[in-house]
Design a protein around this ligand. Structure first.
Ligand SMILES: CC(C)(COP(=O)(O)OP(=O)(O)OC[C@H]1O[C@@H](n2cnc3c(N)ncnc32)[C@H](O)[C@@H]1OP(=O)(O)O)[C@@H](O)C(=O)NCCC(=O)NCCS
Length: 168
C-alpha cells in the first residue's frame, strides 16, 4: 500500500496525490471518453500535470479534503480519483470522481463516493455536499442517486446543462 492513505473501503483505498502522480493524471485524461462530460480535456504534458497538482489539487489538501487517488487493495493499481473540493465562489463542497474506462461498471465509483461523503459529513463535519453532472452523463447521475444524493436543479456549467445534486 502507498503512503498518505485517507480512507479505506472493502476493495479500495484513497490517498493524497503527489507530484510523482503527474503521469497518472496524463494517462487518465488521455481517453476522450473519460473527459467527455468533465469540462476539461487532455493534460498536455508533465509540466501541465504538475501545474494542475500544485495549483488546483494540493491547495484543497489544506482543507483536509481534495481529489484523492483511488487504488485497488488487491494489487495497488491506480484506477482513478474521487474526492471533495471546496468551491469558494459558491461556498460549496463538491463531490467528484473519474476512473479509467477499464474499471467502469464495477461499483468503484459508488464504493469510493460513499466513503468520501461519510468522511465529509462525519469526520469533517460538513453541513452539506453537492455534485454536478452533465444531463447526458447517466453513469454519474446513477452514482449520485445510489449514494443517496437528491436532484436539486439544472444549471449551466461550461455552456452545457448540468444537473445539480445535493446530499441534504
Ligand atoms: C461516472 C463514473 C465515475 C462511474 O464510475 P463506475 O465505477 O463505473 O460507477 P459504478 O460502477 O459505481 O456505478 C455506475 C452505475 O451507473 C450505471 N451506468 C453505467 N453506464 C450507464 C449508462 N450509460 N446509462 C445508464 N446507467 C449507466 C451502472 O450500471 C451502475 O449502476 P448499477 O450499479 O445499478 O448497475 C465513470 O463512468 C467515469 O469515470 N466516467 C468518466 C468521468 C466522469 O464522467 N466523471 C463524472 C463527472 S460528473
Amino acid at each position: 500500500m502507498k503512503n498518505n492513505i485517507i480512507l479505506s473501503t472493502k476493495r479500495l483505498y484513497l490517498r493524497e496525490l503527489t507530484l510523482e502522480d503527474a503521469q497518472l493524471l496524463i494517462d487518465l485524461n488521455s481517453d476522450p471518453e473519460v473527459t467527455r462530460y468533465t469540462g476539461d480535456g487532455a493534460v498536455k504534458d508533465l509540466e501541465d500535470s504538475k501545474r494542475i497538482l500544485i495549483d488546483i489539487i494540493f491547495p484543497q489538501y489544506l482543507n483536509e479534503m481534495g481529489r484523492w487517488a483511488v487504488h485497488l487493495k488487491a494489487d495497488d493499481e491506480f484506477i482513478g480519483w474521487c474526492g471533495l473540493k471546496y468551491q469558494a465562489e459558491q461556498d460549496e463542497v463538491d463531490l467528484g470522481y473519474r476512473f479509467f474506462k477499464k474499471h467502469w461498471n464495477k461499483g468503484y465509483a459508488v464504493e469510493s463516493a460513499k466513503a468520501v461523503i461519510d468522511y465529509g459529513i462525519n469526520i469533517l463535519k460538513l453541513k452539506n455536499i453537492i455534485a454536478r453532472a452533465a444531463k447526458e452523463n447517466k453513469a454519474s447521475i446513477n452514482v449520485l442517486k445510489k449514494i443517496g444524493m437528491k436532484y436539486l436543479s439544472v444549471e449551466m456549467c461550461c455552456h452545457d446543462p448540468a444537473e445539480k445534486y445535493t446530499l441534504k
